[in-house]
Write a new protein. Sequence first.
Length: 738
Amino acid sequence: MPSFARVLPDKAGDRALDYIIPPHMAEMVAPGSRVKVPLRARLLQGTVLEVLEDSDVPGLKEIHEVMGGQPLILPKLFELARWISDYYCCSLEAAMSCLLPQVVRQAQVSAKKRNFARALREITDDDLEKLAAKAPRQADALNAVQQAGKPTAITELCQTAGVSEGVFRTLEEKGWIAIEQEEVARDPHAGDTFIPTQDLELNEEQALALEAVKVAIASPTPPRPILLFGVTGSGKTEIYLQSIKAVLAQGRSALVLVPEISLTPQTVERFKARFAALQQEVAVLHSHLAAGERHDEWYKVRSGKAKIVIGARSAVFAPLESPGIIIVDEEHESSYKQEETPRYNARDVAVLRAQREGCPIVLGSATPSIESWHNVQNGKYQLVRLAQRVDDRKMPVIRIVDMRKTTKGGESAFSPPLVTAIESRLKKGEQTILFLNRRGFSTTMLCEVCGHVCECPNCSVALTYHRDASQLACHICGHTERAPKVCPECRDPGIRHAGIGTQKVEDIVRKIFPKARIARMDADAMSRKDAYRLTLGAFKKGEIDILVGTQMIAKGLHFPNVTLVGIINADLGLHVPDFRAGERTFQLLTQVAGRAGRGEMEGEVLVQSYTPTSPSIQFARHHDFEGFVEQEMEFRERFHFPPFSRMVLVTVRSESREKAEFTTQTFVRRLREVTPEGIAVSEATPAPLEKAKGYYRFQTALRGTSTRAMSRAVQTVLHALPLPEDVFIVADVDPVQL
Ligand code: ADP
Ligand code: ZN
């Protein structure tokens, strides 16, 4: 009889401890159970890793409590956590912490229960009359129960009958009714009604795409991942919906990941409405849910009640028993990467999960990531295309405005062509979106006159400006040089590091168009809970003429009356010190442009740029993804960047600059001693964001062909290197943000 459990306590590194399973818990303890265990004088929460027949450790203590009464973690997800810990260089405990939402993991909230009343016997008019003569309030209450005709929450009955809860207790004592507790789900969309929708009739391309997914669904062996490459507005979502329907018909479930930012009410509504028609529950998992809602939505999935999950990054761990399909929308999105430990990429974990579950996975995008495209080219993924917008709606016309020719200074953020274009929309009562790229921290030097950007001679990424040392540095190869005082290209002293905020843009728009109705949408303006929803609602109703925003408005929104999109500073994202800068800029321009002309009217996009000839901007202008990819692949291959190599980025931080720098240098030296041939370890350099939250940050990057070999080398050094107390080291495997 198994009577011992190996338990991994939370936040205690990876030291597992054995405990005795008391007989009355024997049924409840299994790998994946959450338990409370005693350690010294305290009780700790932890996860059961294994159940053992025997233990030779003397003097073991007993498990104190099994939380939630059942194993919460599914075995397959358990295995996924092991893989994450191994691949992404983090403790098993950290990897496992992803598997359950905090509220579930720590059992901070429990199911919400309410009292329901139901009649115990037939209630006649005669009964009611007799009762009314003696106790009119009881008669009213009983009447309400009778009228409801099914078990009903007492709080509701109190309102209909106009009596207090005590009256129902009396009825219970007299044997008229029974009062029972039932769970009620805290549903984030409780107040919303979803009008059921039917499948749309697919166009030819869509029909072929759906067919390809259905073949994968029917495949007896794990199918290759499908890359659904469909231009904006080509009807990808409709393919998702109908694929899921096919999976549900087989009695299996579906997992849909979307970036947090596009988990808008619009998206959720489309899923809820479609599956309402099939009487299927859709669970929604994301970070803006209240604790109780998150708890209940999670259990709705764990219990098998919801067969469809739509959620953001962490929903990749949704506890579906046997998913029949996994969909990752906007697969290129960098927000799938978690920027704190464990630094997993939900898209990549989804691919692995699908492989282990043996189910198809569909990665959808209008601008697939270079990594995924590479996988199409080497045959690992299957490509499915949607080249046309539905209803043959035209792609918007994209015009580039050369900002080098406009005047310098404040208002120059708006070129004359953009001002004219907005004016004409205001006159016609059409809407405008103004987009400001906020990626990058304006640490790059850009010449306002000729558009020159200081780049690394070895790596072809923008150099980072470090004010303290008045220096430019490349944090990939370690190259440094003095910051120039005049532009190296045109000799103009107008070289500076540029940057303009949304607030400033809004101010300028108000000044130029004092009568226009303007709203701003960025992280600051949207910090109030409902602001996002309200602003979008107002925009949709036409109560706003011009919407100014950041990345937040780039994705997935559908506004038929928007005919103009202005991109204020297309360059800003181009000159961040990251080899993905070109890819991101292309993606962003394409996505933002996709917001224009989604209705009957044609859309126009104005792109303001200081580097109008850069390939990302030119290819985006011509809606030419493949042209862009071809030159981007060449660049990546030439400089040995992913996907032609793998990368691990190690960041060391400390409040002391010297300690951070010194530790990084030591780390680099040790790494070079243990790394096998074929792995390049760069010199220690300041991180692009050299000081953040009071910490100085230094980095080294490893590049090679095997991620595992690099992870292992990093782990080895990490374990052997004695760290001063105030120095922290983080390894980022397959980094997305350099
Ligand atoms: P994507 O996800 O590729 O951007 P959507 O799925 O959002 O595209 O589709 C864009 C619009 O076209 C939506 O309003 C959608 O309802 C509509 N649509 C999609 N497929 C069809 C179809 N076969 N017939 C008519 N309308 C469609
Ligand atoms: Zn370099």
